[in-house]
Design a protein around this ligand. Sequence first.
Ligand SMILES: [Zn+2]
Length: 319
Amino acid sequence: MNADEQKAFEEEIYAFVGREVCPPTPAPDDVNMAMIRQWAEVLGETNPAYLDPAWAQQSARGKTIAPPAMMYVWGQEGFAATRGRAPNAQVDLVETFNRYGYTGVLGTNVKQEYVKEVGPGDNVSMQMVIDNISERKTTSRGTGYFFETLATFTDQAGEVVGTQRFKVLKFIPQEQPAAASSDDGGLEVPTRIASPRGQDNGWWWDAVDEGKVLIQRCKSCQTLRHPPRPMCGECQSMEWDSIESSLDGEVLSYTCLRHPAIPGYPKDPICAVIKLGEGTNIVSNLVGCEYEDVQIGMRVKGKIEQVDEKTLLPQFYPA
Ligand SMILES: [Zn+2]
């Protein structure tokens, strides 16, 4: 962008400051115990001021209240939100950024302030505006602008319940290094991240370099443990030796690491928790099969392989 284009772009985005994203909109459901109970259950929240009407009746308030952090919950759309949003000033602002190449997006912080308690039977309305847009900034993620929305929550009497500021960075993403491939015409092939060898686990990686996967064993009570650590969790002994794993195992859990790309892998790696025949678990790569073909309980066999010019790693294959 040249200076004139930059100026025109900034005029376009700064014109959004003060625009309303949504007018005061009453939540479809009043504050209610069912939603409070589910929210509390998910978060492990047990405060009787939210959950126990009998307890709350004896308290200074005389009734239960909603957790203040739920004020943003009451007006949230349900499944409909996944079908796309009706245009509003925030959607238009984001599209303006995208059009000029500021396609990266990162929510950076949320700040809520609570003014008034609400409880079952109250109704919360939300109004939102685009409150401010920063000047152009260069961050570690790229160059861009922070914009902040301000949501104001009110009850059925029009009194302010609280506010929420939500800050987003829209930025020009930096070039990502391409994943390594064997036919990239002489470009330097990225290598794997070096294994972190500390005082407590260096010996384990040294053994891998010699072609062995070892499992630490307590000398006092014989309990096996992995990953390596200095003390036995069963008997607190610090005396240990090790046994060599046969690398027979089964998949306990797995996932595919798709984003962000990790250097040194020709394709998105399958990462699995493998239960070894000896009894301990190990996190490793599953190779020699497609992600779609992996199953929990699948038998696997490991071997130590050279994965780049300086790295040896245990790799597991379908048995
Ligand atoms: Zn022990």
